[in-house]
Write a protein that binds this ligand. Structure first.
Ligand code: TXA
Ligand code: MG
Length: 341
């Protein structure tokens, strides 16, 4: 039985109490954040967290992000809090930044995928913050999708994946950013970018100086112990995705050329690009700015997949700003099948 709570107009203090009670009782509640929807449970309750892993079909060694609503909660979860954390929080919290810190004893191993560190973030969404406050618990929440599917940016996506399998879904409309938070490991010096996301790394560097990029971010398969999330095939639709990268005009030409070639062979082709492709069996115009493209990315993957195409041709974009997060997701969705022009 799944209760769907509509909260399209923002936080409703009365309705949020219903969802908060579920959290306190060890049940699962999907809720919107500014990045993507999360599948939440009490982060300190091993049994509840176990249910998240089961519902998603998530490998046990892929740790969860713990969501907080008040900076003091960092000290309740983390054993050591380097000065950069306060600085980053001042600039970017609430917001799409997750920090990895040494964990305290009270954080169950199951929440951190067996690691000695914990990932913490304060989301910039009044419903998410309202839920954390009303339940008086830190909330562990991975993206609310079945493992291997694109992250959900609409309540409908969560309903598609989890209806009947979790207690509650809060429908807060479409998420604003559309890609997940940036994950930054602060147990290394300099800090390491483990996952590019909603907060561009350029902005982080403006505040704390140079950071390292984990090689897995760009698709190199080395030393994944610290970035377990990078190991698994992610964001994979049923259709084969092919990313076409290079100078924009050439990329568009190549997409058109491939499109015509596949069509001739009777293959159904979908296109996701920064423009219209009327010749395709299905296409999504992602928009033009990095922000628009990020916002539309996962929805486009789900939509094109539903349309039943065999192949999805995706236009690559420049890896600056949110472009780094977009390209990281696209290349993963493609299983690193990339054509450079
Ligand atoms: O925007 C987001 O981050 C969303 C919303 C719901 O907050 N959540 C999200 O969670 O994307 P998830 O579980 O889909 O991704 C969490 C990522 C994974 O790549 C995981 O491996 C990494 O964070 N992570 C979590 N804890 C970690 C840790 N202790 N050390 C290294 N990586 C960690
Ligand atoms: Mg995820």
């Amino acid at each position: 039985m799944t209760i769907i709570i509509k909260m399209r107009e923002g936080l409703d203090e009365k309705k949020i109490k219903v969802a908060a009670k579920f959290i306190r009782e060890g049940k699962l509640v999907a809720f919107p954040t500014e990045t993507v929807y999360g599948l939440g449970a009490n982060a300190l309750d091993s049994k509840a967290v176990k249910r998240i892993f089961e519902a998603k079909g998530r490998p046990a060694d892929n740790p969860l992000i713990v969501h907080i609503a008040d900076f003091n909660q960092v000290h309740e979860l983390a054993r050591e809090v380097p000065p950069e954390v306060e600085l980053l929080a001042k600039h970017f919290w609430p917001g799409p930044l997750t920090v990895v810190l040494p964990k305290r004893e009270n954080v169950p191993r199951i929440t951190t995928g067996g690691l000695d560190t914990v990932a913490i973030r304060m989301p910039a969404h009044e419903i998410a913050l309202g839920l954390i406050r009303a339940s008086k618990r830190p909330i562990a929440a991975p993206s609310a999708n079945i493992s291997g599917k694109p992250s959900p940016t609409l309540a409908e996506h969560v309903i598609d994946d989890f209806y009947g399998r979790i207690e509650c879904i809060i429908d807060g409309g479409e998420t604003k950013i559309g890609v997940e938070s940036t994950v930054l490991d602060l147990t290394t010096k300099p800090p390491t970018l483990l996952r590019p996301g909603g907060l561009p790394m350029e902005e982080i560097e403006r505040v704390i100086g140079k950071i390292k990029i984990h090689p897995a971010v760009k698709g190199k398969e080395v030393n994944l112990a610290k970035a377990p999330g990078m190991k698994y095939k992610h964001y994979a639709p049923n259709a084969q995705v092919i990313v076409i990268e290079g100078v924009r005009e050439k990329v568009k030409g190549k997409i058109m050329e491939l499109l015509m070639e596949y069509k001739k062979q009777g293959i159904k082709v979908g296109v996701m690009a920064t423009g219209d492709f009327y010749e395709a069996d299905a296409y999504v115009n992602l928009g033009n700015s990095e922000e628009e493209i990020a916002r539309n990315l996962f929805k486009a993957l789900r939509e094109l997949d539903k349309s039943g195409v065999d192949i999805i041709l995706a236009e690559g974009i420049e890896e600056k700003g949110l472009g780094l997060a977009v390209m990281n997701r696209l290349r993963k969705a493609a299983g690193y099948k990339i054509i450079k022009v």
